[in-house]
Design a protein around this ligand. Structure first.
Ligand code: FMN
Length: 237
């Protein structure tokens, strides 16, 4: 339920300290951060995370990910460009047209929990839209990456990109940083491709906000729920 201890994490256990963490701790601490401080992140730090992340597995070792980094002054220019443009038809369908259970409820509850933490009521459509639009500001993050792959690649290679991105996000926790993967950028894919100079043959999968979390912001107290084992595991006799 929204606002209960189960769904809220205290500011002390979010991904802020850069002490060594076990894999289990990094997995547990990683969360989609939706409010960042403007504290800069050096290119060198991001480069090191990318080098380490490139150890991620991929089918046939094809390594289909193509990553573009937007940081510092470039981020200021990017934000200006975003503000000057409208959203576009998405480059791909983010979800199936009619999501079914239990996924439909999981998605619905995520939104309800988040808006409850922010005190935005269901009837407050403008408030919800405004909050959604924060995605296009990378939730205030000073740095971001965009993950593209060749448009001729197939579902297995999209999955490879997911592995790369998760590896990056876990390593970011170890480095004391927070992240938010963002497929919403598919609704700005032309603008993004144009800005970063990606060739036409590349397709944008998602963006990712990178930075230091604002641990006092209520949205970062969200601890998203997970399905129970019996909802996604079958033990075969
Ligand atoms: C590929 C991908 C794309 C996502 N896109 C968005 C997005 O556009 N905006 C957003 O706020 N969260 C986005 N998320 C975050 C998910 O909502 C989040 O991972 C999920 O609710 C689980 O919460 P957690 O990441 O805090 O554990 C995305 C996650 C993934 C893996």
């Amino acid at each position: 339920m929204a606002g209960t201890d189960q769904n809220a994490r205290s500011s002390s256990d979010s991904a802020t300290d850069s002490t060594p963490v076990s894999v289990s701790e990094a997995v547990d601490r990683r969360m989609s951060c939706r409010a960042f401080l403007d504290t800069p992140v050096a290119d060198e730090v991001i480069a090191e995370l990318l080098v380490k992340s490139s150890r991620a597995p991929s089918g046939g070792n094809v390594q289909p990910w193509k990553i573009y980094i937007v940081n510092g002054e470039t981020m200021n220019r990017f934000r200006k460009r975003v503000a000057e443009t409208d959203i576009e038809p998405p480059g791909y369908d983010i979800y199936p047209a009619k999501l079914w259970e239990p996924h439909r409820t999981a998605r619905f509850e995520l939104g309800e929990q988040m808006y409850a933490l922010l005190g935005i009521a269901r009837e407050d459509k403008a408030g919800r839209l405004e909050r959604m639009a924060e995605n296009y500001n990378f939730f205030g993050a000073p740095a971001a990456l965009f993950c593209f792959l060749d448009g001729r690649m197939l579902p297995p290679q999209w999955s490879d990109c997911g592995m790369f991105l998760q590896t990056f996000m876990l390593l970011a926790v170890e480095a004391g940083l927070a992240t938010c993967p963002q497929e919403i950028w598919t609704t700005r894919s032309r603008l993004v491709a144009d800005f970063v100079g990606a060739p036409d043959k590349l397709m944008l999968f998602c963006g990712m906000a990178i930075g230091h979390p604002d641990t006092d912001h209520p949205v970062n107290r969200l601890r998203s729920e997970r399905l129970r084992l019996d909802q996604f595991v079958t033990w075969v006799d």
